[in-house]
Every structure is written in C-alpha cells, then in structure tokens.
Design a protein around this ligand. Structure first.
Ligand code: DGJ
Length: 693
C-alpha cells in the first residue's frame, strides 16, 4: 500500500516492513526508511535536509538519495552515469511528478531540466512477501544523442547499523552457490558477472545484516537482480557510515546510445527485508518467486535424464531400454539429453542443426516419443540454441552469425561458438527452427543448455555501438525463449548452463526450473543446494540421483538429497540391480507423497552443511500441520557423537509427532531431536501435528 504523507513524502507499507522516501527542498528524492513496519505513519523518520558541513564533506556526499547521479562533487558510486552533449556528465535529477498505480506501484519522475533527461524510478511492492521490485527508465528528451555508461536498476540504502555484514555467493563450474558472509568495514565489495550470461562464478543475490542475525533471528536486508546477462552488485560503505548496495546491469564495457525520444528500461532489481533472520529472508524470496512461475502450482514431474548414462551415444534402442526401467520405477518424464541431433556424436559437431540425426534416429524422434508416451511418461528434449559448432550446416551457411571481432581470431570452447543473439536474423531463424521442432514432436519439457562463456565479444555490423551486444544478446535470448513459450505454453522449460551457469530471477519468466549443477555427488550437492535455497525455492531446483561416489554414499542418501528439490534420476539405471530398482521405486513413490510440502511449503535450515558433518532441513506446509525433515551426515572421524536437531517452523503450543515421539513445537525447538547417525547416513522423518497433550 502506497501512502502519501504530507508534502511529497511517501511510505510503502508492506505486511511486516516499510520503505519511505520524500522530496527535499532542492528537489532531490531522499531515502528515509527501510525496515520493520511501524505502528503509526508519523513514526517513519522525516527527511533530513543536508547542508554543507565543511569544505571536505560537502552536501552531495552526505545526502542519501534513492538514485544518486553525478552532481557536483560526488565521491561515491552513483546509480547512473551518462554523457550529455558537449561532453557534459553532470546530471541534476530533480523531482518532476509522480504516478501511483493500483496502490502497489509508484513511479517517480526526476528530470534534468537543462538537458531534458528524465529518469523514472519505479517501485513495485509485493506486500505479502515484504519484497519490492525497483527499476528505472531513462528518457532522452534532448535533441542530441546521449550515451549511457551506467544505468543500474536500484540503489538500495541500508539503514545505519553498528556493523555491516555482507552475504554473497562465489562459485565455478561444478561448484556453484558457495556461500560467504563477511564484514564490510570500509570501502567497497564488488561482485559481478562478465560472461554475457549469469555465470557460475557468482550471483547478484546479496544479504546484509549487522553481524548479529542468524538463521531464524535478526534483521536481514536482501536482494537480487532479475537479469540473465552481465550483472554487478556493489556494496559500498561511505565515509559517513552509510551503506548502499547498487544493483544492475554491469557497467563494465557497457554503452547504450539514446537518440532523441528514445528510452532505456533496466531489468528489475528485487529487494526485501526480514526480521526472522536469513531463513525468513529466504522464505520471502521463495514465496515471491513461486507466485511468478510460468506453470504455477502444477506438480513437477519426476525426471529421468539419460546424460550420465549414455552421454552422446544415444540410439532409439538404448533410450527405450532406459525408459522401460525408468517407467517401472515411477518416473513421469523421460528426457533425451545431448547427442540426438544431426551430426552429433561428440562435442565437436552438430550444434545449430536442430533435426534428428539420420543415423541414430532414422525415422525421427517419433518412435522413441511414442514408446515413452505408451509407457505413461511424457517426453523431454535437450537443446542448446545459442550455440553453433564450426562443423555444422548452420555455421557453413552463416559464419557471420557468431560473436566475434572482425579480422581477429575467434576462439572456440568445447568446440563451439556463440551465435550472436543480438541479431534479429539469428533470433528469427532460431524461433522458426525450434518452433518447427516443437510443433512436429510431442515434447512436454525442454532442457535449454548453454555450454560456454563468451570470448571476443564483437559485433562487426552492429547498427549502433557494438558494445550494446552485452545487453542486446540477453534481450534476443528473452525474445526467442519468450516467443517459443508463447507458441508452446504447455512446455515446461529448464534453464541449464553447464549446470548452474544461468540461475537468476530474470530467466524465471521463461523457465520453471534450473539444473543447479553438473556436480551430482550427493555430499557436494548438499552445499550447493543450501546456497541455492537462500535465493530460490526447491520447486525450481532439479536434483538427480546419480552413480557419483556410489561406493561410499548409499542410494537412500542420494535419494534424500535429491528429494529436497525436483527429483530426477540421472544414473545408469540399466546397471542398477533389482534391489536398487525396487528401492528407487519405493523412494519415488514416497517422494510423490511429500513433494507438495517440499515444493510449496516453508523451508527451515536447521543445521548447515557448511558448519559440520551433520546437516538438517525441514519443509513444513503453510498450515504448519505436516512436514518432512531430512538429516544428513557426511564424514566425521570417530567417536560418533549424538546429533541434536532443534526444530523451527512449528506452532509452539501444538503437538507434533516425529519418529514416534510426541512433543510440543516449543519442546522440539528447545530440547531438539536427538539422533545417532553413522558416516554417510541420512534420514527422512515425517513431522505430523497431533491432537492432545
Ligand atoms: C551440460 C549440462 O549441464 C549437462 O547436464 C548435459 O546436458 C551436458 N551439458 C550435455 O552436453
């Protein structure tokens, strides 16, 4: 709910939090508040007019603006940087007007009256989740071309705290979502992606606290950017003790030209506040993400994916054999991965030629799809649309379509080049090819992969500045994917990029789920999944049971890890013995009974996999009636100690039965559950509310 206070002062009140700003006498849009919702409107701090303090601490640097621009002598990071006619880079943004849209969205127009540049700041509240979306539009009202060299989506002003602790991810291929939390005692922490896609090496997600927050207590401010290209998150602590977090498209090698009358709209930045620690922050994000998923609450199917079993060596026969076993186990969706299309026998050829390989599938994909459908499963297909191998018909016809600098050598990686998705002709070609493919075959699921990072990011015949490729590539990708979704709304898409290289809020307009990592070893996966869950709900995370480390890690353990997401099987099930197949069938059956709670309930991290050998996660339904508790132990040298798991997320005065014992929610939280687990042992326990004492 957006409330106008007296003067030009607004408060955005959400379920448990509020955000406030107002216009200063000089016309700047000044940040006033972001934190817990307060009882009375008059409680929100008033705008502070800042005067020059002394010659070294001048006003511009002490003002907390919603969207600072380079004005006068600005020494800290600004939301926007641009070049105006005559080489001017000074921008005086002053309040011009405001529009309130359906009580939940406010658009504040700031204008530089001399150069006729408008910057519209958008704030959209998702009140239920205490989440705000922010983005900006820049409009060039000048007769001359202007050039943006930075246009971040949001500048988040965090209240003054005694200390500032930043949580963030680093990573690499097969090791995504590695969580860190460190103190910012001064200066800046810059996190960024420069790979034309989101990247394995980090993520725009961040959280901030005062050092005292823990999983279930304490104040946490958090955010992420809804963008699938180069991104940047800067946390800057200024000399005045203010911390601001800037979030947006990476300004590294970024240029955007605006002709008279043109506008540039940034992707949306998401920000939220929780008084219930990091767990509360993650649950708010989960709820916010889940309401926007393309396929809503449709149950996510149990997948079999043949990649780790057959790699490129796919034939109708080998896939049908696997499908038969999968169907018996209770798999609902059979996915044919890489290796099915024209000329694809290894990773050196074929990408770009999206029709079935004539040798492997002489009658096309229909015989396999029909066999899969007859077994009661739906069929899914792997594609990697943005890529082309030099050894492909597509490359031979259109060598000019790849990302490269004119007259310079271009590199391949995994034997492939990147198609320039910024080009309209490339987009149109892909839409038509892939639409034909999806039209022709009964495909219910598409795994959209992207297996290399960019190099030589050139665009020889770019209509504007070739550096616009960084952004136009992503818009091109969105257009192709969006068009295919529009034409085939029933298809569920998975976003994959060599595992978790394209996991962000932006791609969730198109995809329902992610392939979180190519690392399917269950103990490594515990940490990856824990990081992933700080930002995203389990319903978006595919997780397969494979044969990695099978001698050490029991099948039950591998299942339990994968049951914390969208369950898939990726092992070579042809080699599983009867006992293993039977166990798989039972576990799949059990998963189908609990998946609704795992996917749509609330997630509580009870013990972190980052802090010791025992970790535990609880999923509770929204009514706090039923839950599922997963407990894992990795390796720890003897002697074995009993592990205590303190539960959260239960109603304090209600009784719950766990493992045959009945206690109140308060008792489970205070006294905990005592368990003895051996190395590489896991447990799945149900939590059930019962009546009586
Ligand atoms: C990378 C993906 O993450 C894998 O699951 C698999 O699809 C391969 N690509 C296929 O090339």
């Amino acid at each position: 709910m957006i409330i106008l206070q007296k003067g030009n002062n607004w408060v955005i009140e959400m379920a448990h939090s509020a955000y406030a700003f107002g216009v200063s006498v000089a016309g700047h849009l000044i940040h006033r508040y972001w934190g817990p919702r307060l009882p009375y409107l008059g409680d929100y701090p008033l705008l502070i007019e800042v005067q020059d303090a002394d010659s070294f601490n001048i006003a511009e640097n002490r003002r907390r603006e919603e969207y600072p621009a380079l004005e006068g002598s600005r020494f800290f990071e600004t939301g926007i940087l641009l070049e105006l006619p005559g080489g001017v880079r000074d921008l005086h943004l002053r309040f011009a007007s405001v529009e309130i849209i359906q009580e939940e969205e406010i658009a504040v127009r700031l204008t530089d009256n001399v150069f006729k540049i408008d910057v519209i700041l958008h704030f959209k509240a998702y009140s239920e989740f205490d989440v705000l979306e922010r983005w900006i539009e820049v409009i060039n009202g000048n007769d001359d071309i202007i050039q943006l060299s930075r246009a971040f989506s949001a500048v988040w002003q965090v209240p003054q705290l005694d200390e500032y602790w930043l949580s963030f991810f680093t990573g690499k291929w097969s090791d995504e979502f590695q969580y860190h939390r460190e103190r910012i005692s001064g200066g800046k922490k810059v996190l960024e992606g420069r790979r034309i896609t989101t990247g394995h090496d980090g993520n725009s997600w961040f959280a901030l606290d005062d050092g005292a927050a823990n999983e279930e207590d304490g104040r946490v401010w958090f955010g992420a950017l809804a963008w699938s290209g180069n991104w940047k998150t800067i946390a800057e602590l200024t000399q005045n003790g203010f911390l601001q977090v800037l979030s947006g498209i990476n300004d590294w090698d970024f240029v955007w030209r605006l002709e008279k009358g043109e506008r540039f709209e940034t992707p949306h930045a998401v920000g939220g506040f929780s008084e219930n620690g990091f767990g509360g922050a993650s649950r708010r994000m989960h709820d916010y993400v889940r309401v926007g998923l393309p396929h809503g609450e449709t149950p996510r199917q149990v997948i079999y994916n043949s990649w780790e079993a057959t790699a490129f060596d796919v034939t109708v026969e080998s896939q049908i054999e696997l499908a038969k076993i999968a169907a018996k186990m209770g798999v609902e969706l059979f996915v044919l991965d890489d290796g099915w299309f024209h000329g694809r026998n290894d990773d050196t050829a074929g990408l770009g030629d999206w029709w079935p390989d004539e040798m492997k599938f002489p009658e096309g994909l229909t015989p396999l799809i029909e066999a899969v459908n007859d077994m009661g499963m739906t069929f899914g297909l792997w594609i990697e649309p943005e890529m082309v191998n030099p050894d492909s018909d597509l490359f031979r016809a259109h060598p000019e379509w790849v990302v490269q600098f004119a007259g310079r050598p271009k590199r391949t990686a995994r034997g492939q080049c990147i198609l320039n998705m910024a080009r309209r002709d490339v987009q149109d070609y892909l839409i038509s090819q892939l639409d034909d493919l999806l039209e022709k075959y009964n495909v219910s699921f598409v795994k959209w992969d992207m297996n290399r990072n960019v190099s030589e990011p050139g665009w020889a015949d770019a209509p504007g500045d070739p550096r616009e490729i960084w952004v136009r590539y992503v818009y091109g990708l969105y257009r192709v994917w969006g068009e295919l979704r529009k034409r085939h709304p029933e298809i569920v898409f998975q976003s994959c990029s060599g595992g978790g290289g394209r996991i962000d809020l932006g791609i969730l307009k198109y995809a329902d789920q992610f392939w979180a990592s190519d690392n399917t070893e269950a103990t490594a996966r515990l940490k990856i999944q824990e990081g992933f869950a700080k930002m995203l709900p389990s319903v978006t995370m595919e997780s397969w049971v494979t044969d990695q480390n099978e001698d050490l890690i029991p099948l039950a353990y591998r299942f339990h890890v994968s049951m914390c997401g969208v369950l898939g099987i990726g092992g070579d099930i042809g080699k599983w013995n009867a006992e293993q197949r039977e166990e798989a069938q039972k576990r799949i059956d059990c998963y189908k009974r609990i998946r609704r709670i795992v996917h749509w309930g609330d997630r509580y991290l009870l013990r972190s996999a980052l802090e010791g050998s025992v970790s535990a996660v609880l999923f509770m339904d929204k009514l706090k009636e039923n839950g599922v508790l997963f407990i894992f132990r990795t390796y720890e040298s003897e002697p074995i100690v009993l592990s205590k798991i303190y539960l959260h997320g239960l109603q304090q005065e209600r009784n719950y039965e766990i493992d045959g014992e009945v206690k109140s929610g308060a008792a489970w939280q205070t006294c905990g559950l005592v368990l003895s687990l051996a190395n590489f042992e896991s447990r799945m326990l149900t939590v059930r509310r019962v009546e009586g004492e």
